[in-house]
Design a protein around this ligand. Structure first.
Ligand code: NAD
Ligand code: UD1
Length: 333
């Protein structure tokens, strides 16, 4: 398939491009480089032997986006482009809605206009909110999102579902990611956070490289085995492979499907810290702090739908996730 990958130079997008190319698909990347670098294209080439065609375009710019559709005969779109910082979304909500919802509507309109019927969308487990029992099942629907970022994901899910109902040719797979971490085994691709990392793994990595003094563990009084928050961490390469299966599924099935992508296993903050210590071969400092507002105790996926519909099963464990992250951060200090 000839596939437009929006946000394709980003963390998850770049890994997905590698897996799409490995699976024999033709990839065209579109990104405004707001949160990624152009040299990712050379890294994709170093891994796969192919440098994808690239457009530096903002999805908010309808006319520029239309030129990309006009010049290419896409069969599918995988849509990663978006802002993703939870805390920032609380301070600048209009920018988040404009980019993540407004930009996406431009894309969906052009898909319709140019008869590009197959979509995979990056959603998040954040749409379950704190309303449900684990493991989170797709049929639960939506919980209360606790920040504008999460709400942009929920709104996109609704738009995609409505659009598929209104357009019998359209097909979409909405992937609800749990907690993607890790990096490509080559050490070439990974996640470089902007500023102080919000997410656990990049923060742990910065403690290891000496940028941060210690890990702040947000709460040890949750109802979990060691009292710290439990999440379903998934290796980004596993997640990337799920996208290949999802876009191939969309091509064969009309309508919209929502599918969790996780491992189905929960690890605590201290489990992740200890796995990273194993990877780097030394102890890392941490301090127990207050709970972070908006956090829930436990989140992990029911993965049976991904297995049933896509034949997807995550392969890599927490040790491999930390080993690959560690290698990437050593290469990119
Ligand atoms: P990322 O920031 O590394 O990648 C997103 C890419 O989109 C970046 O390269 C950025 O430059 C680009 N972009 C942003 N706005 C754009 C615009 N208006 N036009 C064109 N390009 C634009 O993030 P990621 O971690 O790879 O996440 C990819 C997607 O998955 C995002 O939609 C994110 O919300 C979603 N998601 C991520 C996680 C996670 O933990 N990383 C979890 C759940 C969902
Ligand atoms: C967060 C976002 C979620 C988003 C997801 C993307 C919040 C409230 N939620 O989820 O919307 O989709 O990232 O991956 O921000 N932790 C620490 N110390 C740290 C950082 C994190 O103890 O410095 C703990 C957290 O309390 C949590 C766990 O580590 O228990 C994972 O945190 P994080 O990586 O931020 O992911 P989520 O909170 O699951």
């Amino acid at each position: 398939m000839k596939i437009l990958v929006t946000g394709g130079t980003g963390f998850i997008g770049s890994h997905t491009c590698v897996e799409l190319i490995n699976a024999g698909h033709e990839v065209v990347i579109l990104d405004n480089l707001y949160n990624s670098k152009i040299d990712v294209l050379d890294k994709i080439k170093a891994i796969t032997g192919i440098k994808p065609k690239f457009y530096q375009v903002d999805i908010k710019d309808y006319n520029e986006l239309e030129k990309v559709f006009g010049e290419n005969n896409f069969e599918a779109v995988i849509h990663f482009a978006g802002y993703k910082a939870v805390g920032e979304s609380v301070s600048i909500p209009l920018d988040y809605y404009d980019n993540n919802v407004g930009g996406s509507i431009n894309l969906y309109r052009l898909m319709k206009k140019y008869s590009v019927d197959n979509l995979v969308f990056s959603s998040s487990a954040t749409v379950y909110g704190d309303n449900f029992e684990v493991p989170f099942k797709e049929e639960y629907g939506y919980g209360n999102t606790t920040n504008p970022y999460g709400t942009t994901k929920l709104v996109n899910e609704m738009i995609i579902n409505d659009n598929c109902k209104a357009n019998e040719k359209a097909s979409a797979v909405i992937l609800r990611y749990f907690n993607p971490i890790g990096a490509h085994e080559s050490g070439l691709l990974g996640e470089i956070p902007n500023g102080i990392p919000n997410n656990l793994l990049p923060y742990v990595a910065q403690v290891e490289t000496g940028i941060r003094e210690y890990l702040r563990v947000f709460g040890d009084d949750y109802d979990t085995p060691d009292g710290t928050g439990v999440r379903d961490y998934i290796h980004v390469v596993d997640l990337a492979k799920a996208h290949v299966l999802a876009i191939e599924y969309a091509q064969k099935h009309k309508g919209a499907q929502t599918i969790n992508v996780g491992t189905g296993n929960g690890y605590s903050v201290l489990d992740v810290l200890h796995a990273y210590e194993k990877a780097c071969g030394r102890k890392l400092e941490y301090k127990i702090m207050e709970r972070r507002p908006g956090d829930i105790a436990t989140s992990y996926a029911d993965v049976s739908k991904a297995e049933r519909l896509l034949g997807f099963k995550a392969k890599y464990d927490i040790d491999k996730m930390c080993e690959d992250s560690y290698r990437f951060y050593q290469n990119n200090k």
